[in-house]
Design a protein around this ligand. Structure first.
Ligand code: PEP
Ligand code: MN
Length: 281
């Protein structure tokens, strides 16, 4: 009896036409971040350090990203670390450094917001608000981002199904914000050879179901620098709308995610291979 009731409930909730679905909107959504557009066939590269560590570190990254054709600068100021004893990010000082890099190099900035309480603060600096994998189902945060007036980059949770990921995006759209970009960043599975297991099929699978742009983060998906360029090529091959890539002037000294961060020379070499163009509109 209970099972029948539960199934009926699930059927009803999925029978609702989702705002994120191609049933409601068959054509691709175009999400604009300043003069950069996701979803119009353009391949957008967002790159930068995992964590903003210092002015020198961030400016060195921004210089190389801007001069090699990257469109947006990433950098974490509020870091979701597994251990509370690890570097937690520079907080607002990190946001100020990102804004300085935007001013100097003309790159829009993407940075993570971890809590509903920080939405206004982060929105005052960021051009694209990142929701980290660990927060994909923080529904209060998603609703607040629906009202924040900035586009959102929504990462897939490490153990989220594609349907759960779609529903998380639905929270943002249903709260009034149509500008959502989805980011596959690997899922948890049985093989620890790579940090996560890169679900490359998720990119075209999501694009079949939703009109929202879908990008790949090959850095968190693999955890290993040597695999970032091959997976970036895969992202292009499967029709991703872009990449989120970590790079660092000296990865061995990085305060977070050094093992998966490209050197700046490696990043430059990657950019030579990618079909990027800066879209001015
Ligand atoms: C990040 O982008 O640095 C990050 C913390 O990513 P994720 O939420 O995918 O682990
Ligand atoms: Mn990282």
């Amino acid at each position: 009896m209970f099972r029948v009731g539960l199934l009926a409930f699930l059927d009803r909730s999925f029978a609702v036409k989702l705002l994120v679905s191609r049933d409601v909107q068959p054509e691709n959504s175009i999400v604009r971040v300043g003069d950069v557009a996701f979803g119009d066939g353009n391949f957008v590269v967002m790159a930068g350090p995992c964590s903003v560590e210092s002015e020198e570190q961030l400016m060195q990254c921004a210089d190389v990203i801007a001069s090699s054709g990257g469109q947006l600068l990433r950098g974490g100021a509020f870091k979701p670390r597994t251990s509370p004893y690890e570097f937690q990010g520079l907080g607002e000082e990190g946001l100020r450094l990102l804004a300085l890099a935007r001013e100097r190099f003309g790159l829009g900035i993407v940075t993570e917001v971890m809590s509903e309480a920080d939405v206004d603060l982060v929105a005052a600096y960021a051009d694209l608000m990142q929701v980290g994998a660990r927060n994909m189902q923080n529904f209060a945060l998603l609703r607040a981002l629906g009202r924040c007036g900035k586009p959102v980059l929504l990462k897939r949770g490490p153990s989220a199904t594609l349907k759960e990921w779609m529903m998380a995006a639905e929270y943002i759209l249903a709260s009034g914000n149509p500008d959502v970009v989805l980011c596959e960043r690997g899922i948890r599975s049985f093989d620890s050879h790579t940090r996560n297991v890169c679900d490359i099929a998720a990119v075209p699978a999501m694009k079949e179901m939703t009109h929202l742009p879908v990008i790949l983060d090959p850095s968190h998906a693999t955890g290993r620098r040597s695999l970032v360029t091959p997976l970036s090529r895969a992202a292009v091959a499967v029709g991703a709308d872009g990449l989120l890539v970590e790079c660092h002037p000296n990865p061995d000294t990085a305060l977070s995610d050094g093992a998966q961060s490209l050197t700046l020379d490696q990043f430059r070499a990657l950019m030579m291979e990618l079909p990027c163009r800066i879209l001015k509109s």
